[in-house]
Design a protein around this ligand. Structure first.
Ligand SMILES: [Fe+2]
Length: 280
């Protein structure tokens, strides 16, 4: 196996390795796991594997989960379809950590390209540990201990009829997470807000708010400033897909953005999502 880092911040491409072999080798799995913690996202080309292999590779990292809106590939629980057609149903073109609207958001995800346009449809990943570490010290002090609500409604709910949307909210109520979470394996601090974050739940303290008018610029501008950090290129890697390309990412330490520049060309991806723990 050869390891080629793709940027100074995040991402490495691994060659001379087939992910189907990881399932049968504890030492290879340990090596891949350590590389994932180090590089945050790993890329593999030419993974002409079966769906069962895809699921089995992801299962090495933990139990899998389905998605309340995306379809599951028939016969493969834990593997969801991210199929784009002539419909403009794009949700992934914002910087986000997958399913931060869950009480226990996913730990990792494994995405494989089935088919894609010759050009377009890249994905960008962002190192959110570096995004936190690079914040000005006064911002780090200000956000220590802050918590933010996360919800599914204003993204996936937007295309649903009212009754379906209300059902979606009933099944996926708002949750709150620390704005700065701790990585469960490396103990690194991670900036953990994104487009699913709606508001801070504990900003309204005497130090932050003298009168109600302080709240809007104080809280919403701070939240938007923190969300905007993921767009800084120095923390990013951009990957160009080919059929049978595969990526696995640490969904705690990173955010990603699926560039939606290829419509109306079709693009078919399949994702296995590894369950995570409650953020702390
Ligand atoms: Fe995503």
């Amino acid at each position: 196996m050869r390891i080629k880092p793709l940027t100074c911040s995040i991402g490495a491409e691994l060659t001379n390795v087939n992910v189907a072999d990881v399932v049968r080798s504890e030492s290879l799995f340990a090596e891949i796991k350590a590389l994932l913690l180090k590089h945050r996202v790993l890329f593999f080309r030419d993974q002409d594997i079966s769906r069962a292999d895809h699921v089995a590779f992801a299962r090495c990292f933990g139990d899998l989960e389905d998605h309340p809106v995306a379809n599951t590939v028939p016969g493969y629980p834990g593997l969801i379809e991210i199929y784009k057609s002539e419909k403009r149903d794009h949700f992934e073109n914002t910087y986000h950590s997958d399913a931060s609207w869950r009480a226990n958001p996913p730990r990792a995800a494994v995405l494989r390209c089935i088919s894609c346009p010759d050009v377009g449809g890249d994905t960008i990943w962002v190192n959110m540990v570096e995004a936190y570490n690079s914040l000005p010290e006064e911002i780090k002090t200000k956000i220590a201990g802050l918590r933010a609500k996360h919800g599914i409604e204003h993204s996936f709910g937007a295309i649903l009829a009212t009754e379906e949307r209300e059902e979606l909210i009933r099944k996926n109520p708002l949750v709150d997470h620390p704005v700065v979470r701790t990585h469960p394996e490396t103990s690194e601090k991670v900036l953990y807000v994104g487009p699913f974050s709606t508001h801070f739940i504990n900003y309204h303290s005497p130090e932050n708010v003298r009168f109600g008018q302080d709240k809007t610029p104080g809280a919403s501008l701070l939240l938007n400033y923190l969300i905007s950090q993921a767009a800084i290129p120095e923390y990013q890697v951009r990957f160009r897909w080919e059929p049978n390309s595969l990526a696995i990412w640490d969904n705690v330490a990173t955010q990603h953005y699926a560039v939606s520049d290829y419509w109306p060309a079709p693009r078919r991806m399949e994702r296995a999502t590894v369950r995570g723990d409650r953020p702390f």
